[in-house]
Design a protein around this ligand. Structure first.
Ligand code: CO
Length: 672
């Protein structure tokens, strides 16, 4: 076969100064963004990137993806880190390699379309802070959502990489919607918009090797910009896919460093370097240098995150992806949500419902945020629907999608579902057909006003504009107006090592230490107490026995201290051990049950149907509310759920405020 793209051996010289290949495959490293996002819920901290930053800069990557996607959300919400600061910090260490970010087009780094003024300001600030390549995608592949951000990327003199989200409705590429013409037409649209490169974004690892070959060949023939392949390993195909794409002439491939490799993440770089070594597509990378980086990652960095790795299964590939097309992140979200609802046994129902919901919602690709939108609605349907009614609890985001606020779906939305979703929808019951952001009021000035006296610069304002509740909380931590909770503190290598030691002991059966003296039997007056010592929490068993109370046992309790209003184990006050200190005030991050005071109010309680965070109450105490009217907006798994009032009457009690985390079953408010 004669083919100018054929991979052929050109040299047998394997050392690092080997002659450069004729057409080297360029590599983008994703370890510092998609790497930890895929494996560790995006919990990677800047301080853990610095030890390898300069070494990685020396590899010769075409780009390093270091920002965007979920990093912005996770950093300010869970890590108490300023997301903007990460770009500036890494830029001090990584001076040669361009930075790439994942931009969700008009969704920026959030989960909804933002107004044009916020979108323009965000891209401008990202460029000013040091971002070079804007990998831009829209979850619906509706490029009208690129129209605001692309001109700003260009004005800033930066690289616009346009993505085509890869998705299917059939077991392999083809069918009526997502066939080769679809991808070629999308690539032509991107070229016409001025794309500096075009990325096939296969977020769920669905692209089969021979389909990748066909798509890359077709795109190379149809458009001029370089073709870039982003294919997750999830299903186990991506290493094979990479090779076929390279044979078809792909220009750039995404990989990660070996410790981040495989599972729901990406194939590692090292095997690819060896595969292409000495060929006309040789990467030119020094494999020993890569090994040095891996050594640091393995010893100093990864142990801190090991506890976040899902090691519940033997297989590092997920066959469900081949069957259900669910991206890795979405799958773990679904499992977590079901777990929190004590409904993990319903996972098979969720798998069966998912394609139905996706079809109802216009066969949309499954990528953030559409993967969450489809996923959470699926879980809601499985948990709350009955034989008489489908779509009983429709999330705010599904309503927005039905209205057209995310853009145009690949096929029309099921009109019945659309009608139900838009009944009483506050923007109107008639869906729009224009570019979504055209119906959005400017948001930036309001954000500036809302953060007066708190935000110091535009970067601060944007944190709030994108994430009003958690963003404001973060700004208070940042400027010392509120104490950040313990949960956001970094985990040290010592913490991780101590835990590993414990695990090792446990595996060897050495964890249970035999007490020197057997505890006395528990008497009939035996009681347990919760004892709080600073931030630690112990359960203490006390037996009054005869005479002085005897402490029967002290059990350190894992995790955060329970809320102070958790019901005491003992109904009557009893002499507490001398070590007992007053319980610390409950923290916002601790999911709350209902305050004891709420129980005293007569009326119908609105219970949280799922754990989540209060966005806002629609009414105040004393207000009238009708049954079915929205009482509370509760965010669960990043989706907003409008919870209807269970009865008509007066709001008698509101037990939480905006930003509070609540447990399933918590009494949110009482109507009487
Ligand atoms: Co990805």
């Amino acid at each position: 076969m004669s083919d100018e793209n054929a991979v052929k051996m050109t040299t047998m010289n394997y050392d690092k100064d080997r002659p450069a290949a004729e057409n080297p495959v360029k590599i983008e490293d994703l370890s510092l963004r998609d790497g930890h996002q895929s494996l560790f819920a995006t919990r990677g901290r800047t301080e853990d990137m610095i030890p390898v930053a300069e070494l990685m800069d020396d590899v010769g990557f075409w780009a390093m993806e270091v920002w965007g996607g979920a990093t912005f959300d996770t950093m300010h919400r869970f890590l108490n880190e300023d997301p903007w600061e990460r770009i500036r910090t890494l830029k001090r260490y990584i001076k040669k390699t361009p930075f790439s970010m994942l931009l969700r087009a008009q969704n920026l780094v959030g989960y909804r379309n933002y107004a044009d003024d916020v979108a323009r300001a965000f891209v401008d600030r990202a460029a000013a802070n040091g971002m070079d390549i804007f990998r831009t995608f829209d979850a619906l592949n509706d490029y009208r959502n690129f129209e605001t951000v692309v001109p700003v990327i260009k004005e800033c003199g930066k690289h616009f990489q346009g993505c085509i989200c890869y998705t299917m409705t059939e077991p392999r590429m083809g069918g009526e919607v997502y066939n080769i013409d679809y991808y070629v037409n999308k690539a032509k649209d991107l070229e016409a918009m001025g794309a500096d490169s075009i990325c096939i974004k296969d977020m769920a690892g669905l692209i089969a090797p021979y389909d990748a070959y066909a798509v890359v060949k077709a795109l190379k023939a149809a458009v001029k910009p370089p073709i870039h392949l982003h294919s997750h390993f999830t299903s186990g195909m991506s290493s094979m896919t990479h090779l076929k794409a390279i044979e078809a002439g792909v220009d750039i491939i995404d990989t990660v460093m070996a410790p981040y490799g495989y599972r729901t993440c990406h194939a590692a770089i090292e095997p690819l370097v060896m595969t292409l070594l000495g060929t006309n597509r040789d990467t030119g990378f020094d494999i020993r240098h890569l090994a040095d980086i891996n050594e640091i990652l393995e010893k100093e960095i990864m142990p801190k995150y090991r506890h976040l790795l899902d090691d519940s299964k033997m297989a590092i590939t997920d066959i469900n992806v081949l069957l259900h097309q669910t991206p890795g992140g979405m799958l773990s979200n679904l499992v977590n949500q079901l777990k929190e609802m004590d409904a993990l046994d319903k996972i098979d129902q969720v798998y069966a419902e998912l394609p139905r919901v996706r079809k109802d919602l216009g066969q949309i690709p499954l990528v953030t945020p559409t993967s969450q939108i489809v996923g959470i609605q699926t879980v809601n349907n499985v948990l709350f629907d009955d034989e008489n009614e489908r779509y009983k609890m429709i999330t705010g985001q599904v309503k927005d999608l039905c209205y057209g606020l995310y853009g145009k779906t690949a096929v029309p939305i099921n009109p019945e579902v659309q009608k139900k979703a838009l009944k009483g929808y506050d923007r109107g019951e008639e869906p729009i057909t224009c570019r979504p952001a055209e119906v959005l009021e400017p948001e930036l000035e309001k954000a500036k006003k809302d953060t007066e006296g708190l935000a110091v610069d535009l970067d601060d304002v944007l944190i709030y504009a994108l994430y009003p509740v958690t963003g404001k909380k973060f700004l208070k931590w940042k400027y010392g107006k509120e104490q950040p909770p313990k949960e956001v503190l970094p985990r040290t290598l010592e913490d991780a090592k101590a835990e590993q030691e414990l695990l090792k002991k446990a595996k060897a059966g050495k964890l249970i230490e035999i007490p020197e003296k057997a505890a006395p039997p528990k008497g009939e007056n035996f009681r347990t107490f919760n004892v709080f010592v600073d931030d630690e929490y112990f359960e203490v068993g006390v037996d009054p026995g005869e005479g002085a109370p005897v402490i029967n046992y002290v059990q350190p309790m894992p995790g955060a201290a329970p809320a102070a209003f958790a019901p005491a184990a003992s109904p009557a006050p009893a002499p507490a051990p001398a070590t007992a200190k007053p319980a610390p005030a409950p923290r916002d991050e601790t999911p709350k049950a209902a305050p004891a005071s709420a129980a005293a109010v007569d009326g119908t309680s609105l219970l949280a149907p799922m754990p989540g965070m209060i966005i806002k109450f629609e009414k105040n105490v004393g207000d009238q509310i009708n049954e079915g009217e929205t009482a509370v907006i509760l965010e669960a798994m990043k989706m907003e759920n409008a919870l209807p009032a269970p009865a008509s009457g007066t709001v008698k009690a509101i037990n939480f405020s905006s930003g509070d985390s609540v447990a399933k079953g918590a009494v949110l408010c009482v109507i009487g």
